[in-house]
Design a protein around this ligand. Structure first.
Ligand SMILES: NC(=O)c1ccc[n+]([C@@H]2O[C@H](COP(=O)([O-])OP(=O)(O)OC[C@H]3O[C@@H](n4cnc5c(N)ncnc54)[C@H](O)[C@@H]3O)[C@@H](O)[C@H]2O)c1
Length: 278
C-alpha cells in the first residue's frame, strides 16, 4: 500500500517551495486529496494542476495565515471536499516584513540591506522595527498556531487521530540562521510543536517539526544574488557544502505524515546537510 493511501492533507504555503514539493510527493504516494492553502492564487492553482496531472486530487483555498477564520475555512474545505483531514503541513512563512515568495526584486533590496547590517550587528539589533517584528512573528508563529488549532479541532471531532508537521528551521536553535524576528519566530514554532505534541497526544494526534537548513526555494534567493565569497562563507557552515533540494524536505514530511513515524511526536528533524554537527 502507498504511504499516503486514504489520507487527506492540508498544506499551508503549498503554492511554492517546500509546501509544493510535499504536496507533489504526497500525491506520488497516493494521497486521497490535498488542500493547497496560500495567499498566492495563481501559483497555488498551478500546484493544483501539477497534482492533477500526476493523477491526484487537489483544491486551492485562499489563506492569509494570520487570519484565524481563513485557517478554519481551509480545514472545512478539506472535510467538505475530501471527507476528512488526516495531515497538516504548515509551510506558510516569511523571512522579513516585505517577503513575497518569488519577488526577486524585494530579495535584491533585502540583500543590500543585510550586507550593510552585517557590518554593524549591534546597531541593526537595536534599530529593529516593531512592524518588522510583528509581521514575521504573526505569519510564522501566530499563523502556525491558528492552523494547528483549526486542524486539531477537526481531527479531535473525527476521532481517528492525525499527523501535524510544522516547518521550523535550523533558525529555531541557531541565532546565526536569520534575522532576529525570524529566528525568534522559529524558536517559537519549535516550542509550539512540543507543547501541541503533549496536549494532543491523548487524541492520537502526532505533532512534529522539520528544521531544514538552507534549501533551494524562493526563500534562499539570496544565494543567487549575494557575492560568491559570501555564499561560500555561508556554505562553510554546511558540511555537505550545498543547499538542500525541496524534495529532500518533502521526503522528511512524507515520513512524518505517514504511519512509518507512528511512535514519534514532539520531535524536530533537521535535514540540514550536517549544519548541527558542530
Ligand atoms: N527554504 C529554506 O531554506 C528554509 C529553511 C528553513 C525553514 N524554511 C521554512 O519553510 C517554510 C516554507 O518556505 P519555502 O522555502 O518553501 O519558501 P517559499 O517562499 O517557496 O514558500 C512559502 C509559501 O508561503 C506562502 N505564504 C507566505 N506568507 C503567507 C501568508 N501570510 N498566508 C498564506 N501563505 C503565505 C507563500 O505565498 C509561499 O507560497 C517557511 O516557513 C520557511 O521559513 C525554509
Amino acid at each position: 500500500m502507498a504511504r499516503m493511501s486514504g489520507k487527506v492533507a492540508v498544506i499551508t504555503g503549498g503554492a511554492n517551495g517546500l509546501g509544493k514539493a510535499s504536496a507533489l510527493r504526497f500525491t506520488e504516494e497516493d494521497a486521497k486529496g490535498i488542500v493547497i492553502a496560500d495567499m498566492l492564487e495563481d501559483a497555488g492553482l498551478e500546484t493544483v494542476s501539477m497534482i492533477e496531472d500526476a493523477g491526484g486530487k487537489a483544491i486551492f483555498v485562499n489563506l492569509d495565515a494570520v487570519n484565524r477564520v481563513n485557517n478554519q475555512e481551509m480545514v472545512e474545505a478539506a472535510v467538505t471536499e475530501f471527507g476528512s483531514i488526516d495531515v497538516l503541513v504548515t509551510a506558510a512563512g516569511i523571512t522579513h516584513q516585505d517577503y513575497l515568495s518569488g519577488d526577486r526584486e524585494a530579495e535584491v533590496k533585502m540583500a543590500i540591506k543585510r550586507a550593510q547590517e552585517i557590518e554593524n550587528p549591534a546597531q541593526q539589533f537595536v534599530d529593529g522595527s516593531l512592524e518588522e517584528w510583528q509581521k514575521v512573528i504573526d505569519v510564522n508563529l501566530t499563523g502556525t498556531y491558528f492552523a494547528l488549532q483549526a486542524a486539531a479541532s477537526a481531527m479531535i471531532e473525527q476521532g481517528k487521530g492525525g499527523s501535524i508537521i510544522t516547518l521550523a528551521s535550523i533558525a529555531a536553535k541557531h541565532p546565526d540562521a536569520g534575522p532576529t524576528p525570524y529566528v525568534v519566530s522559529k524558536a517559537g514554532v519549535w516550542m509550539l510543536t512540543k507543547k501541541a505534541a503533549r496536549e494532543l497526544a491523548p487524541e492520537n494526534i502526532r505533532v512534529n517539526a522539520i528544521g531544514p537548513g538552507f534549501i533551494e526555494t524562493h526563500m534562499t534567493t539570496i544565494f543567487e544574488i549575494a557575492p560568491p565569497e559570501r555564499v561560500e562563507e555561508t556554505l562553510k557552515s554546511v558540511p555537505m557544502g550545498r543547499r538542500g533540494l525541496p524534495i529532500e524536505i518533502a521526503n522528511t514530511a512524507l515520513f512524518l505524515a505517514s504511519d512509518e513515524s507512528s511512535y514519534m511526536t514532539g520531535e524536530i528533524l533537521h535535514p540540514d546537510g550536517g549544519y548541527f554537527t558542530d
